[in-house]
Design a protein around this ligand. Structure first.
Ligand SMILES: [Zn+2]
Ligand SMILES: [Zn+2]
Length: 203
C-alpha cells in the first residue's frame, strides 16, 4: 500500500486491513472521517518511519472532534488517556503529528476538494472509496515543521475544592480570592469562562 496510490481498500484490503478493524472496534462504525484520519496518520508514520506509539513517542494535535480523531488515536497510539492527543476545538480539519524527541512534525490541512467527493453521507461507500483512493497530496496540504513541545509537568497532586468539596488536581485549580477552586466552581464565580459542549459535528 502506498499513500500516493491511495488505500485501495475496497478492492484489496477491506476488511483485512488491521487498522480498519481496530477503528471499527474502537469507534463502533466506519465512515469517511475515519478514512481521512487513517490516510493522514499512515502518511506521517510512513514518511518518518515510525510505528504506533506505545507511550508518548508521538504526539497528535487535532483541531476538531470528529471520527477523524478516533482513527488518529487508533493508528498512531496518540490517545486521550495517555495525554499525547491534544485537542484544540477550532472546528478546522487540521491534524499535526509530532515525533516527541525531535519535534519533527507534519501538519495536514484537509483540502476542501473533499466537498466534491460523491455521496452526501460520510457513511456512503462511494464517499469512503473516493477518500481512500484520492492521492494523499490532493487530499491534504502537507507541511513539514518543527513543534516545540512543553516539558512534562510534575506529577499532579489531588486537592479538595473548598467550594464544592470535590477533588481536583493542583495544576488545574483556579485561584479565586485566595482560594484554589476547581474549574467549574471558578466558572460559577465568573473567574474563568464556563466549559462548553461543542454544538457541531464534522463527521
Ligand atoms: Zn463517523
Ligand atoms: Zn468545586
Amino acid at each position: 500500500m502506498t499513500s500516493e496510490k491511495g488505500l485501495g481498500f475496497f478492492e484489496t484490503s477491506f476488511p483485512a486491513h488491521p487498522d480498519l478493524q481496530r477503528i471499527i472496534l474502537f469507534s463502533g462504525h466506519f465512515c469517511a472521517g475515519h478514512v481521512i484520519g487513517l490516510r493522514a496518520a499512515e502518511e506521517f508514520l510512513e514518511r518518518f518511519d515510525l510505528s504506533r506509539a506505545t507511550e508518548d513517542e508521538i504526539v497528535a494535535i487535532v483541531e476538531n472532534h470528529s471520527c477523524v480523531a478516533d482513527a488518529i488515536q487508533v493508528v498512531t497510539g496518540c490517545t486521550f488517556g495517555k495525554g499525547n492527543l491534544i485537542f484544540h476545538d477550532h472546528g478546522k480539519h487540521i491534524y499535526t503529528f509530532v515525533e516527541h524527541d525531535s519535534g519533527r512534525a507534519l501538519r495536514f490541512c484537509l483540502r476542501m476538494n473533499i466537498e466534491r467527493a460523491p455521496g452526501t453521507n460520510p457513511s456512503d461507500p462511494e464517499r469512503m472509496a473516493w477518500t481512500a483512493e484520492c492521492p494523499v497530496h490532493e487530499l491534504f496540504e502537507i507541511e513539514e515543521l518543527t513543534v516545540a513541545l512543553p516539558p512534562p509537568l510534575p506529577r499532579p497532586i489531588m486537592q479538595p475544592c473548598p467550594c464544592c468539596g470535590e477533588w481536583t488536581t493542583n495544576q488545574l485549580a483556579v485561584p479565586v480570592d485566595g482560594r484554589q477552586l476547581c474549574y467549574p466552581c471558578a466558572a460559577k464565580a465568573g473567574a474563568v469562562p464556563p466549559s462548553v459542549i461543542p454544538p457541531w459535528k464534522m463527521f
